[in-house]
Design a protein around this ligand. Structure first.
Ligand SMILES: Cc1ncc(COP(=O)(O)O)c(C=O)c1O
Length: 443
């Protein structure tokens, strides 16, 4: 009989959010008269910015006309979006990122999951604890770890994020090759200062390591001293890959659009010790395994509803004759763009993140009034509460006494024990009601 990939059997049996859903469903079934408010899973709740919707409609109409219909686009993303990202997300912050160093995809989750496959099987990994589980699980699946013993996989350097270090881990004492970092952090909401990031860049340069920098929540940063991108740190272009997403920035969790930056200056070594371009490897992987994000979605992310339209792509059989890198579809940069544009779209997107940050502030203040210490919520949509007791016990307590769902920290790693994550992704009304209930339940 065909054998399975046994590495999958090393994965911890249950998935955190499935566990939570099971407990919440059981509670809701037993107490139909007590509606539950969910501040657990980090999914957005508010509708898309108007500029994105307009762009989506206009692009959909284009797909219905022979003259403007588009088939396969460039796997790496349309030039209009890559140029808008390079301009508004990077050049505007003084970062050097060229449009062709940006790979548009259907999610930062997939990119963070897939990136490991272009590196050696014996790459030494450093992964934060607590952690967004994708970084860890994908390396377990790929066979880079040993068994899970007491909640930790053999072969990983865990970067503990604890109250003692303000939930921002310092560089490890020993060497690592691939280092996952995420700021603003999920689940803790902690942010890293310029000096802390500079220490990581220096470490990576010294150890010839690569930083995998997940900045999916950068749009929530309000403190002007906090870097939004790892490329704000000098020297990062030689040692860092950055992941970003429109999911939490512009409410695209259902639409799906993200991007990964792989600088052409980034190298990793082959077996002979020769430097190889990581950009070339990722381009090969991306074009082999991915066929591009839907045109209307890319328009919604970066193209304008009333934008100057790029020339339509030639019919599909023309495209198929060309190598993938040469697919057409760049076109003129949009005049009025959506999520990454300078004008209406950007303002509307900012209003969305402001709204969730307003929720986060209410949560943070309420939690502090109850006497808990916490981080996050000021430059991130998550509040990480130090509960001082077992995190699943605290989860059950909030569910049974307040009918509020949070996420038990232990589900994100050993260092998450004693904490819960409260998410600001909900309506103001629900957040206010949840906070009243929590206050009443814990008073
Ligand atoms: C840290 C982090 N990275 C990436 C993602 C995934 O984003 P996307 O919706 O683009 O797949 C999430 C989503 O929750 C996240 O929290």
């Amino acid at each position: 009989m065909i054998r399975i990939n046994e590495n999958y059997q090393k994965l911890k049996a249950s998935y955190l959010f499935a566990d939570i859903a099971r407990r919440v469903n059981a509670y809701a079934a037993a107490h139909p008269d007590r509606p539950v408010i969910r501040l657990g899973i980090g999914d957005v709740t508010e509708p898309l910015p108007r500029a994105c919707i307009e762009a989506l409609h206009a692009a959909t109409d284009e797909m219905g006309q022979r003259a403007t219909f588009r088939g396969y686009g460039p796997e790496q993303g349309y030039a209009f979006l890559r140029e808008a990202i390079a301009q508004h997300d990077y050049a505007a912050r003084g970062c050097e990122v060229a449009p062709d160093e940006i790979f548009v995809s259907d999610g930062a989750k997939c990119d963070c999951a897939n990136i490991q496959e272009i590196f050696a099987q014996d790459a030494r990994l450093a992964i934060p604890d607590p952690v967004y589980p994708v970084y860890l699980d994908t390396n377990v699946m790929a066979g880079r770890t040993g068994a899970n013993v007491d909640g930790r996989y053999a072969g990983i350097t865990y970067l503990d994020s604890t109250p003692a270090n303000g939930y921002v881990p310092a560089v490890p004492p020993g060497p690592a090759d691939l280092i996952y970092l995420c700021f603003p952090n999920n689940p803790t909401g902690a942010v890293a200062t310029r000096a802390q990031l500079a220490a990581w860049v220096a470490y990576a340069r010294e150890n010839r390591a690569i930083l995998l920098y997940d900045s999916a929540y950068e749009a929530y940063i309000r403190d002007p001293q906090i870097p939004h991108s790892i490329y704000e740190i000098p020297g990062a272009r030689e040692v860092a890959i950055e992941f970003r997403s429109f999911s939490k920035t512009a409410g695209f969790t259902g639409l799906r659009c993200a991007y990964t930056v792989v600088p052409k200056t980034l190298q990793a070594s082959d077996a002979a010790g020769q430097g190889q371009s990581v950009h070339a490897l990722w381009n090969r992987r991306h074009t082999t395994k991915f066929n591009g994000v839907a045109y209307p979605i890319q328009r919604a992310a970066g193209g304008g509803g009333n934008a100057a339209r790029p020339a339509p792509t030639p019919p599909r059989n023309d495209i198929l004759k060309r190598p993938p890198q040469q697919k057409s579809g760049g076109g003129a940069p949009p005049r009025a763009a959506a999520a990454v544009s300078p004008a209406a779209g950007q303002e509307q997107t900012r209003a969305l993140t402001d709204f969730y940050l307003g929720n986060a502030k209410l949560i943070r203040e309420a939690v502090q009034r109850l006497g808990f210490t916490c981080v996050g919520g000021d430059n991130a949509p998550y509040i990480w509460v130090n509960t001082g007791r077992d995190s699943w016990e605290f989860f059950d307590l909030l569910l049974s006494r307040a009918q509020v769902v949070c996420t038990p920290g232990a589900g994100f790693g050993r260092c998450g024990e004693g904490h819960v994550r409260i998410s600001a992704f909900n309506s103001r009304e629900n957040v206010a009601a949840a906070l009243e209930r929590i206050a009443a339940a814990l008073r």
